[in-house]
Design a binder for this molecule. Structure first.
Ligand code: GCW
Length: 718
């Protein structure tokens, strides 16, 4: 009988996935196809045959559903639900409040360590029966535990003696969608917005549930639905009812809904003549608006605000500062437990001498001036989500204010929808950087997890790369960046390598001959992109507006939107002098870091031209001139993409055809675009260096004029 079931399930899932569903990437990493190796499957089968779930709630129902689909799929056998532990091989799930049995096997003090969202997964013996238990203080904790157990099986880890205690390092783990109400997505490369505002709330797409499952599986517990370049309309009842319908779906999966607040909303939709945060009518307007929001969404999370930046309205329009603006909203949200995430990515209409310095200059003096429920949300670097930047100098510099990290998962400056760039190494580089705020060992991660300055309010946000493309993220490998963000948000110290390995095993295959080369390719991919786009600390030299492709020649318009502002190439050399002899941006860092960045001799080579303007003949540690090194870096970027192509082609027989061909085509685009970047940049900079392209670098086939005349009218994302 057992064999019959296994055969039945294997056949069913095979047909289901291959013929009905196809390998289109829709399932993300939550793929529950039968484990091919029968002996491995047998091991898991022995451990889990019966399911006992104690208690009742929508979340417990979701757990049951996920485990049934997951375990029956993976193990290729039927799972039995039971009301009590009768046999060995029982998976017992519950909180100690709901289950006396759980309370009897988990010492109460152990769950003290897991908080509201953590969990314990453990092999135990109950009345001489071998069981696995998942326990937590809340149903959401149980859900996270269930996903963890599934992940162990998907990645074929042993559960024979499983004993895991896990709790999130960060409290607020949020996606930021830059989705507009007309369904375009700012810097989105995976189609249109998932949120079908037009049909909501009457049609609730099943995708919303799958979105919530995917997020819950990696521990994401909040989502900002709308673009930071905000539209006040989302705060009208017409839209709140739609947002509430989404919140109703997400709640079961532990995900709270947040919105972006347009600072001028009291004027635009409230009919007031001012949005001055100190004006009593304005305060009253926000108070009643927030009360209304909580009527629609009782567990509403709060607001994300971009104010006085890139033309967005803000308190400075009324002579007030950022703290005054943020606090007004925070006071109104506080009674309901809501928070404000106030962005530090600010720049006004006056072009500063160095934009990299602006956020620090405006926010540092406000440290300690914010209400308790305010985060200042800081991008990882001081410029703008570049392929490589130093960590933002605000990290460590505002000890009295909880700082929320903002990473960009969508690849605005990193190849957009067509380049395979695994971002975990970029995230980690920032998190692991030492700010020296309190001496050695004051890493950015410790600022974010609150340990450096004793903050309970801790948060991390990722600008989402999700759209309505069938595979969610456009590039099949872009899914890994969503995954990596979530896994890191839960545990900042996970390594890029471990995250990649998990993702590959869950998304593609457990075959080591596939896992190893793909992992290697992913781990090198960010450095590869840096090399063919912006090596040695170059930054912000992308094409105007859409940022698609190179544009080092961009010199029109607002100065700090041009490329020449950032690279400053001239006959004397190249690079932005931010040393103490230049814009002095280095002085925003703590002395140890300042000293490191201040001298070209000690400045990391990878950031050299971000901090220094150096002669073309500057002698690098390699013994080569700066010019030669630059050219060789550009070329090595192209070379690495070609190696990625070779790697991928060699794996043809280990991947389904659909995803194999998809990735292969995208890698071909990436190669073409890497050549475009390399040649356009080398030709452009060569005008100033007036030096030959060194041996070992392919000679550009096209002319600089050709590249400068390329126009992309409908590049996505704007
Ligand atoms: O990187 C820039 C983007 C803008 C974005 C802005 C921001 C939402 O080019 O599209 O606007 O950053 O982060 O506010």
């Amino acid at each position: 009988m057992k064999h019959f079931y296994r055969l039945f399930y294997i056949t069913f899932f095979f047909f289901y996935s291959v013929f009905l569903q196809g390998e289109d990437g829709y399932r993300l990493w939550l793929r529950y196809d039968p484990i091919k190796d029968a002996s491995i499957a047998r091991e898991y089968s022995k451990a889990i045959s019966y399911l006992v779930i104690e208690g009742q709630s929508p979340t417990l129902q979701a757990i049951k559903e996920e485990l049934f689909t997951g375990l029956e799929g993976l193990l290729g056998k039927k799972l039995f639900i039971s009301s009590e532990v009768r046999k060995s091989g029982t998976l017992l799930i519950g909180t100690p409040h709901q289950s006396k049995l759980i309370a009897s096997v988990i010492p109460p003090n152990e769950l003290n360590h897991t908080g509201d969202e953590g969990y314990i997964i453990r092999r135990v013996i109950i009345s001489r029966k071998r069981c696995i238990i998942i326990s937590a203080n809340s149903d959401i904790g149980l859900l996270y535990g269930a996903f963890h157990l599934l992940r162990l099986i998907q990645t074929q880890q042993s559960i024979a003696n499983v004993n895991i205690i896990s709790a999130p390092e960060i409290r607020y783990r949020l996606l930021n969608h830059w989705d507009n109400l007309n369904r375009t997505v700012e810097r989105g490369y995976a189609g249109f917005s998932l949120w079908n505002w037009h049909l909501l709330p009457d049609y609730v797409s099943p995708r919303y549930k799958d979105y919530a499952r995917a997020n819950a599986s990696i521990g994401i517990n909040g989502t900002v639905l709308t673009n930071v370049n905000a539209n006040a309309l989302v705060l009208t009842d017409q839209y709140l009812i739609k947002a509430a319908a989404l919140a109703d779906v997400f709640r079961t999966y532990g995900i709270k809904v947040y919105l972006t607040a347009r600072f001028s909303a009291p004027v635009e939709i409230g009919g007031l003549s001012t949005a001055d945060p100190l004006n009593p009518q304005v305060i009253e307007w926000w108070n009643s608006k927030i009360k209304e929001i909580y009527k629609y969404i009782p567990d509403f999370g709060g607001f994300l605000v971009k104010a006085n930046s890139e033309g967005q309205p803000g308190p400075q329009n009324y002579g007030r500062n950022h703290a005054e603006g943020a606090n007004m909203l925070a006071r109104a949200l506080a009674p309901y437990g809501g928070i404000v995430m106030w962005r530090a990515f600010v720049y006004d209409n006056n072009v500063p001498e160095d934009r990299a310095k602006q956020a620090y200059k405006e926010f540092k003096p406000l440290d300690g001036k914010f209400e308790k429920n305010v985060f200042v949300q800081v991008k990882n670097g001081p410029v703008d989500f570049q392929p490589r930047e130093p960590f933002h100098p605000l990290f460590g510099a505002m000890p009295a204010t909880p700082l929320m990290m903002e990473f960009q998962i969508t690849q605005e400056y990193l190849g957009q929808g067509t380049h395979l760039v695994y971002l975990a190494p970029l995230f980690k580089e920032c998190l692991d950087a030492d700010t020296y705020a309190k001496g050695k060992g004051s890493e950015v991660a410790k600022v974010i997890n609150g340990s450096l300055d004793n903050h309970d309010l801790t948060g991390i946000a990722g600008v989402s790369n999700i759209g309505d493309d069938r595979n969610w993220c456009g590039h099949p490998f872009a899914q890994a960046n969503w995954y990596a963000f979530g896994r890191l948000a839960w545990n900042l110290s996970m390594s890029s390598e471990d995250i990649a390995e998990e993702w590959i095993r869950m998304t593609f295959s457990n075959n080591q001959q596939f896992v190893e080369p793909v992992k290697k390719m992913m781990l090198q991919s960010r450095e590869t992109a840096v090399n063919y786009m912006t090596p040695l600390g170059l930054h912000h030299i992308m094409a105007m507006h859409h940022h698609y492709g190179p544009g080092p020649w961009v010199n029109q318009g607002r100065a700090d939107w041009t490329s020449v502002y950032y690279h400053r190439a001239d006959s004397a050399g190249i690079g932005f002098n931010r040393s103490t002899r230049g814009s002095d941006a280095v002085s925003q860092y703590f002395p140890e870091v300042k000293q490191l960045f201040d001298s070209p001799e000690t400045c990391p080579k990878s950031l050299l031209l971000l901090f220094h303007h150096l002669p073309w003949d500057y002698l690098m540690k390699s013994g080569r001139t700066l010019w030669d090194e630059l050219c060789l870096k550009y070329h090595s970027g192209v070379d690495s993409v070609r190696n990625m192509q070779k790697t991928w082609n060699s794996l043809k027989n280990m991947v389904d055809e659909e995803r194999f061909l998809h990735v292969k085509s995208l890698l071909a685009i990436q190669e073409k675009e890497a050549v475009w970047w390399r040649d356009a940049c080398i030709l452009y900079f060569q005008q100033f260096s007036r030096r030959p392209v060194p041996p070992g670098v392919e000679k550009p086939v096209k002319t600089l004029e050709y590249y400068m005349n390329l126009r992309h009218y409908y590049a996505p994302g704007i």
